[in-house]
Design a protein around this ligand. Structure first.
Ligand code: PRP
Length: 181
């Protein structure tokens, strides 16, 4: 099958993603030039974004990974955040930037930010590629935002539906018949 056959429309093209990454990388390089931050990539969706973003940065960053789950294969958040893989390093006294593909209800990041406060990170900021602002259930604001997106079922460039479509090079809207089946 062709993944692209299931896409109703391209929401953010490869060129637009490239421009977003260039802008965010510049901002982060400036803001964190002397801080040697830890970028915490929240698996799995943010992997493609992280790798493209850091390659455009000309300041030192450390990269770590965490895997949390709040959705499973369901379409709505349960609010129940589980740590599937934790960090291997201490964040005490460090400047942390969470790298996310999308903030939806905000429940995942609210949980992570509280957790990292107890772990005594020096600072904690958020960088998200996509912000589905209108779905927010808790008061979480991203410090760096690629772009806001409407409340549609978006996939590609790391974002999945039932583990599929992550390898599309753009962000697209899934045809309703795909997830309604
Ligand atoms: C997605 C996304 C965020 C979270 C955002 O991850 O990557 O981590 O949901 O949703 P929220 O703001 O409503 O909490 P998901 O659990 O789908 O895992 P994945 O990245 O491995 O696909």
């Amino acid at each position: 099958m062709k993944l692209s056959d299931d896409i109703e429309k391209v929401l953010i093209s490869e060129e637009q993603l490239e421009a977003i990454n260039t802008r965010l990388a510049k901002e982060l390089s400036t803001d964190y030039a002397e801080k040697n931050p830890i970028f915490v990539c929240v698996l799995k969706g943010a992997v493609l974004f992280l790798t493209d973003l850091v390659r455009k940065m000309d300041s030192p960053v450390e990269i770590e990974f965490m895997d949390v789950s709040s959705y499973g294969d369901e379409m709505t958040s349960s609010g129940d955040v589980k740590i599937l893989k934790d960090l291997d390093v201490s964040v005490a006294g460090r400047d942390v930037v969470f790298i996310e593909d999308i903030i939806d209800t905000g429940l995942t990041l609210k949980y992570l930010i509280e957790l990292f406060k107890t772990r005594q990170a020096k600072s904690v900021r958020i960088c998200t590629l996509l912000d589905k602002e209108e779905n927010r259930q808790v008061n979480i604001k991203s410090d760096y935002v690629g772009t806001t997106v409407p409340n549609e079922f978006v996939v590609g460039y790391g974002l999945d539906f039932a583990e599929k479509y992550r390898n599309l090079p753009y962000i697209g809207v899934l045809k309703p018949e795909v997830y309604q089946n």
